[in-house]
Design a protein around this ligand. Sequence first.
Ligand SMILES: CC(C)(COP(=O)(O)OP(=O)(O)OC[C@H]1O[C@@H](n2cnc3c(N)ncnc32)[C@H](O)[C@@H]1OP(=O)(O)O)[C@@H](O)C(=O)NCCC(=O)NCCS
Length: 179
Amino acid sequence: MLPHLRDSTIVLRAWLPSDAEWYACCTRDAEITRFTTDPSNLTADDVVAAINALSSNPRHEGFLVADARTGSRLGNVALEHADGTGDVSYWVAAEARGRGVARRALALLTRWAFAHLDLQVIRLWTHADNAPSRAAAERAGFTRNRSGDRLREVKGEVWPTVAYELRRRTPTAAPPPEG
Ligand SMILES: CC(C)(COP(=O)(O)OP(=O)(O)OC[C@H]1O[C@@H](n2cnc3c(N)ncnc32)[C@H](O)[C@@H]1OP(=O)(O)O)[C@@H](O)C(=O)NCCC(=O)NCCS
């Protein structure tokens, strides 16, 4: 079972079937349509099926991002992982953007993932024109990995995409004993 991950402002929790209508509604947003792989015609039933599939997939963690104080829904952050590598994806509801939700969600998720999953690197990619996503990734500590940049076919279009990564920190070696 997924834990609740929280900082002073947001909490990441598991998705519930009762969140499905909200998720489907959010994906009608123009920026989510433009910059994510989510189809814009998702129904609540589609989302319930995806939520149910999450619970039986040990390689896919999906969290709802909520306001830590009120519990109101703010966004989505997910991690797929295999063979020491994770791939993260995210969106924030239009009305909750521009106040650090994505940066905080990425920081919470990546810290938890490195502590609890056997990962060496977490990657993300974004449309080259997606300035807010690029900024959120960089603010959460991701660095550019130009070798991962590529053209990707998404929803029948070809997108120029740029890649970022966050590597597990190796513990600093202890200094040799003196004397
Ligand atoms: C990308 C997205 C998740 C960012 O969410 P957010 O919660 O608004 O991001 P944050 O508030 O954490 O902002 C992160 C940084 O982006 C910056 N930023 C926001 N809008 C920006 C813009 N239009 N141009 C450049 N930087 C921008 C913020 O100033 C912030 O940097 P700062 O901390 O130095 O001020 C959100 O815009 C979104 O959901 N977009 C549609 C879906 C999407 O693009 N998902 C990502 C797919 S890879």
